[in-house]
Design a protein around this ligand. Structure first.
Ligand code: TGC
Ligand code: FAD
Length: 397
């Protein structure tokens, strides 16, 4: 019989193309050699090194599925493998990348004018222009359709809108050059996407304070977008897409990435817990890996990681064939986030008191995975999206 590999229990690597394997190897080497050594200090000090996005840009990892505009044009599976490698180090680093690549570059690619694409995508692919995605508001998180941000005709500048409102919990906002902001057009009441450039905002119209003292995702930077009459040229509005379809189509790609990424974080927890269990001895010099309850925790985690990767792989292939329903993405986002979090919490127990020390990394993953379960649609919200698709009955209102 073929040997069993606990790192790839169901042989997923047999499904990837040569190109995908090479891309995964490039991403893995960069993440392990260049990112991992920085993560502890970054997490302790809540300090996001934005040079990371530039380094990723040099390797062609940003907006990687986009064709043209200096992007790599790789498959959705390859982009999933990149995301998994990054989140194996830290969900916060994956978060910074997801926002840049899937939410902002992906949004511009799908809905932007040719002028908007030429203006932003090449610089964003190199990590020279940083972006963020403003959907959530202080009073409207799971229900963004009720947002209060509004775009009115500008009172003095012809051909401009004036944007007002507040967005909160926005990854990358304090360091962003361009803001993809979703707001309701006053004339129609419909949600539209606007590209706001920091350097075009007159003083006092745009503030982006950081939200500090987070107890998860500390290696990423999060903030608000406070807009008070920000002038935006009509040419910086997405020309056609209106309603929630705009932001949700961007979220489809980002949620797909999270499904791969969270399994990367879980795989790191598995490798660290296995190594610890083999080294740590209790009761007559036995490694704790010998005890059945410890083995069960590892078996559960390895099984969920293997299933999670195969499901994400399948949706990735369907995505490239144009056959991925948004509900499939809700299913893998919910399942992989939930299973990664639950298993990471169980694996954390293997470390005993040492789990409390950040040098063992497991506590950081557990705190991060709570956030991944919450953003881009909290898991219960994805249950309701699936429930609606299964029953045909709407649960939200
Ligand atoms: P609903 O009636 O479901 O839909 C309204 C319109 O949107 C369309 N639509 C989609 N289109 C494309 N892809 C999808 N996944 C879509 N889902 C819905 C739908 O067809 C409809 O179009 P139209 O043309 O008929 O108007 O709207 P609802 O208000 O009932 O939605 C409810 C619900 C719960 C599904 C939705 O609001 C939801 O998903 N809430 C979760 C909010 C969320 O995910 N926020 C994410 C913020 S961004 C973020 O967290 C980034 S973190 C990044 C990081 O750091 O990694
Ligand atoms: P709420 O919507 O208030 O939900 C609270 C709880 O109530 C949840 O458990 C939810 O599931 C439950 N609930 C709500 N409605 C229902 C219902 N109908 N039925 C059952 N249960 C329900 N947003 C952005 O736009 N851009 C970003 O870049 C971004 N980055 C983020 C980074 C971080 C670190 C965090 C923490 C959040 C980020 N978010 C971002 C916001 C994120 O998307 C929201 O926090 C998330 O959508 C949940 O919204 P909320 O926090 O307002 O919770």
């Amino acid at each position: 019989p073929a040997p069993f590999d606990w790192k790839d229990p169901l042989g997923a690597s047999n499904l990837y193309t040569e190109d995908e394997l090479a891309i995964a190897e490039t991403a893995e080497s960069y993440c392990q050699e260049r990112m991992l050594p920085r993560v502890l200090e970054a997490y302790r000090n809540e300090d996001y090194d934005k040079k990371i996005l530039e380094e990723m840009g040099e390797l062609g990892l940003l907006g990687a599925t986009i064709q043209g505009y200096d992007c790599a044009g790789v498959s959705s599976v390859a982009s999933g493998l990149i995301t998994r490698a990054v989140e194996r180090v830290d969900s916060g680093y994956r978060s910074g990348m997801s926002v840049q690549s899937s939410l902002v570059m992906g949004g511009i690619e799908e809905h932007g004018t040719e002028e908007q694409k030429q203006k932003f995508l090449p610089g964003m692919a190199r990590g020279k222009i940083l972006g963020c995605f403003g959907l959530t508001e202080p009073n409207h998180g799971s229900d963004p359709g009720s947002m209060e941000s509004v775009a009115k005709p500008h009172p003095t500048k012809k051909g401009y809108y004036s944007l007002s409102g507040a967005k909160t919990w926005i990854t990358n906002s304090p360091i962003s050059d361009v803001f993809l902001v979703w707001a309701k057009l006053q004339e129609t009441g419909k949600i539209r996407g606007f590209l706001v450039e920091r350097d075009q905002c007159p003083p006092g119209t745009l503030e982006t304070p950081a939200l500090k003292n987070k107890n998860g995702l500390r290696a990423s930077i999060t903030g608000m977008i406070m807009m008070d009459g920000v002038p935006v040229a009509e040419s910086m509005m997405f020309p056609e897409v209106e309603g929630l379809r705009g932001p949700f189509s961007c979220l489809n790609s980002a949620r797909y990435g999270i499904a791969w990424g969270t399994i990367g974080a879980l795989e790191d927890c598995i490798a660290r817990a296995r190594e610890y269990a083999l080294e740590r001895k209790q009761f007559k010099g036995n490694p704790i890996a010998k005890y059945q309850l410890v083995q069960k925790k590892l078996s559960d985690a390895v099984t969920d990681a293997a299933y999670g990767i195969l499901a994400a792989y399948q949706v990735g292939r369907l995505k490239d064939e144009g056959k991925a329903a948004p509900e499939m993405i809700s299913m893998i986002k919910r399942q992989n986030c939930d299973r990664a979090l639950i298993n990471a919490r169980h694996l954390q127990e293997i470390f005993g008191g040492n789990a409390v020390s950040d040098e063992y990394h497991i506590g950081r993953h557990v705190a991060n995975l709570f956030v991944t379960q919450t953003y881009e649609g909290q898991s219960d919200i994805h249950s309701l999206i699936l429930g609606r698709a299964i029953t045909g009955v709407q649960a939200f209102c």
